[in-house]
Design a protein around this ligand. Structure first.
Ligand SMILES: Cc1cc2nc3c(=O)[nH]c(=O)nc-3n(C[C@H](O)[C@H](O)[C@H](O)COP(=O)(O)OP(=O)(O)OC[C@H]3O[C@@H](n4cnc5c(N)ncnc54)[C@H](O)[C@@H]3O)c2cc1C
Length: 304
């Protein structure tokens, strides 16, 4: 799929609305649409600072939203912008989540992953999909998009916090495991000749199983790795949003390739099917920085 020239060049957009989500997280609504689909990202440019990838948190055809952590040099500068200020946007870039009308989908979000997951939920709800949405964060104060998700039709919201200040005490993936195991046996536990494997399902209020068609995930890589393993175990289709260091955003520079397939996360991702992810040996193990140097996730965990 070729990316039109106007998407590859930055255009300035005026900030129409700023929402302070948490102490560190803001949402900007820009006046103008990129024509983005749920899961796609934009390169956000602040002249004199940097240009970084951000997931599109919503694009309603008239406005575009991003939700970001003030995490470092660029994003701290970005956080200083106010209503009426301008920023550059390029895109939309990359793959997007795909679904069929009426499907039962489980969305799993960690950190700012809740923003693109809200965009998915909003669009899938319009296609009569039924959603179980799992949102995880460190504590109640860090949960994002809870009110917005609660306001959507056909959404059952499940919260998880590390400290138990809201919802389940623990990881969002614990809830996913419960949903999966409530009505389904892992592939390995099934008789070898079982050709008619049941679809994954969860119990609805009336006690009946409601099949899960797919699982979508967006959040920290170790969370995605756990989802990937679970979906392989229960043989459920999954689409997960990956992050790698991106420069051009449209497949030219090769900075975001993943071993050993060499897929470019900005072009063949960020939304990647679990079938492909299971072939990526670097998934959950290491990533490359702006110079292409490898960093292992284990080393990062030990530093913390
Ligand atoms: C597809 C994609 C979608 C993203 N969506 C969001 C989002 O919706 N909200 C959000 O807060 N963050 C998002 N990020 C992460 C965001 O790009 C980084 O947090 C941001 O670049 C930090 O820049 P900084 O200069 O403020 O911080 P730094 O201190 O420079 O970096 C902090 C972290 O961000 C990473 N980072 C820096 N520049 C890039 C880059 N060009 N590409 C990838 N990673 C980078 C660094 O490796 C480091 O781990 C996304 C990243 C990707 C790849």
């Amino acid at each position: 799929m070729s990316i039109p020239l106007q998407s590859r060049l930055p255009r300035t957009y005026r900030i129409k609305h700023v929402k302070q989500e948490t102490e560190m997280v803001r949402t900007f609504t820009f006046d103008g649409s990129l024509g983005a689909k749920p899961g796609q990202f934009a390169m956000v440019w602040l002249p004199g600072a940097d240009e970084v990838p951000m997931s599109v948190a919503c694009d309603d055809g008239a406005t575009t939203r991003i939700t970001f952590f003030a995490a470092g040099g660029m994003t701290n500068e970005l956080a200083k912008l106010r209503v009426g200020d301008l920023a550059g946007l390029r895109g939309p870039f990359g793959t997007h989540y795909e679904w069929e009308r009426g499907q039962h989908i489980v969305l799993v979000a960690g950190g700012y992953g809740a923003a693109p997951m809200y965009f998915v939920a909003k669009e899938t709800a319009m296609h009569d999909c039924t959603l179980d949405v799992i949102v995880g964060a460190r504590s109640n104060d860090h949960l994002l998009y809870v009110e917005e998700l609660e306001s959507l039709p056909h959404v059952s919201l499940h919260l998880a916090t590390d400290d138990g200040s809201a919802g389940h005490k623990g990881f969002g993936t614990d809830i996913l495991e419960k949903l999966l195991s409530s009505c389904h046996r892992p592939a390995a536990a099934r008789p070898i000749d079982a050709t008619s494997a049941p679809r994954i399902s969860t119990r609805s209020d009336n006690g009946k199983c409601s099949p899960i068609d797919q699982i979508f995930g967006c959040g920290p890589e170790m969370m995605l790795k756990r989802i990937s393993e679970m979906c392989a175990k229960y043989e459920v289709t999954a689409q997960l949003s990956m992050e790698r260091y991106m420069k051009c955003g449209y497949g030219l520079c090769g900075n975001c390739v993943m071993d050993p397939l060499g897929i470019r996360i900005c072009k063949e991702g960020p939304v990647v099917s679990n079938e492909v992810l299971l072939q990526l040996t670097e998934f959950g193990k290491y990533y490359r920085d702006d110079l292409g140097k490898k960093h292992s996730f284990d080393a990062i965990r030990k530093q913390r």
